[in-house]
Design a protein around this ligand. Structure first.
Ligand code: TXA
Ligand code: MG
Length: 354
């Protein structure tokens, strides 16, 4: 479905100090039930009043997002969850996790409060909540005086935006405005942790890792749907081909030497078929390949640099008109687990093991 009206999307540069007037303008659009994009520490979000179905519906329309995929509600203070009717059943477990990781890239699945719009939770009895660790996001929530339902600010299925120009490319003409707070820090979305059932379960790996949870005494298991099985993931969003560049992405896994040989072999074969070929590698191996575009996602020794660059690099392949992307697999250590999860989603099952 196309948006009802064409928006003259505003661009607000809030990278410098005097950002309040722009944040106030953005907040007025939110109060007028119009969607606005803003930076968080993970990726850019597309926000709307989480208590208003009409406003939230515009997020789904702008993104072209399937209606059965629920959104995360963002708050700037823990108290707002209960006072704004976002969540219910304040639990010791939830409070412990919030104390340890908020503000930060941890989304919690809690029993839903009565004020949250039905469209936000796609009819579920639970709600996803998080407190972003970004001054622009907090200021926007404070100024607008509302909880913000916000998915990543990309067209549905595209790589998440880590810069305001990514949002602009995907959504200008479809939303009221975008606040440019510069490049986001983490680069992949928050960890989604379900604490509404018996055992804490990670539904989506992200900035807060299983080990970090463990260090705070929380033994979280991975949703079996995340592992390579036929089970349906519990987080509705994880079942779609996602985070995907326009070019067809193949993920190659295995012993490093064999993996690189296989990638180069396939790259030559694809070029013989007349395809524009991209290779996604680490900075250490940038010079070892021949293809139309060889791009690095940071050092093999630093998963956080890979996370930060991943979506930008996927978008660069698109801009170069690459038909086929052959990607190395990266370390699953720390935030690397989230990186590999996104690459697997982007590959949509096209994984080669050598
Ligand atoms: O870092 C992030 O989390 C970013 C920034 C903008 O905050 N947001 C984000 O939102 O990634 P989105 O909509 O792209 O992803 C939300 C994920 C989806 O996989 C969705 O299915 C899941 O959270 N989710 C939301 N509500 C849920 C619920 N009640 N139960 C299970 N999964 C839920
Ligand atoms: Mg998303």
């Amino acid at each position: 479905m196309e948006p009802k009206s064409f928006y003259k999307t505003a661009y607000w540069d809030v990278r410098e100090n005097d950002r309040l007037p722009f944040i106030q303008e953005a907040a007025r659009w939110l109060q007028a039930r119009e969607p606005v994009a803003f930076p968080t520490e993970t990726v850019y979000g597309l926000g709307a009043d989480a208590c208003c179905d009409e406003a939230v519906q515009k997020i789904f329309t702008a993104k072209g997002r399937p209606a059965d995929n629920p959104l995360i509600v963002h708050v700037s203070k823990r108290q707002q969850l209960w006072s704004w009717g976002v969540a219910e059943n304040r639990s010791v477990e939830a409070e412990k996790l919030m104390t340890a990781f908020w503000p930060g890239p941890l989304t919690l699945i809690l029993p839903k409060g009565s004020a949250v719009a039905e469209t936000v939770t796609a009819g579920l009895t639970t709600v996803a909540v998080r407190m972003p660790d970004h001054p622009v996001a907090s200021a926007l929530i404070e100024e607008s005086g509302m909880p913000l339902a916000a998915p990543s600010a990309n067209r549905s299925g595209r790589p998440s935006p880590t810069r305001a120009d990514h949002v602009w490319d995907d959504l200008h003409g479809r939303i009221a405005g975008v606040l440019d707070g510069g490049e986001t820090g983490i680069g992949v979305e928050s960890t989604v942790l379900d604490i509404s059932g018996d055992a804490p379960t990670i539904l989506r790996p992200g900035g807060i890792t299983q080990e970090m949870l463990k260090a705070k005494g929380v033994d979280a298991r991975l949703d079996p749907g995340l592992l390579r099985s036929q089970q349906t993931p519990k987080s509705p969003g994880m079942k779609y081909r996602h985070y995907a560049p326009k070019g067809e992405l193949w993920l190659v896994e295995g012993e490093p030497e064999r993996m690189r040989k296989e990638i180069q072999k396939r790259a030559y074969a694809a070029r013989l078929e007349g395809k524009n070929v991209g290779i996604l590698t680490a900075s250490e191996f940038l010079d070892g390949y021949e293809a139309d575009q060889v791009l690095s996602c940071g050092s093999v020794l630093d998963p956080s640099s890979t996370a930060k660059r991943l979506y930008q690099v996927l978008r660069t392949f698109d801009q170069a008109g690459v038909d086929v992307i052959l990607s190395e697999s990266f370390s699953r250590d720390k935030v690397g687990a989230a990186v590999m999860n996104r690459l697997e989603k982007a590959a949509g099952g096209k994984v080669i093991r050598v």
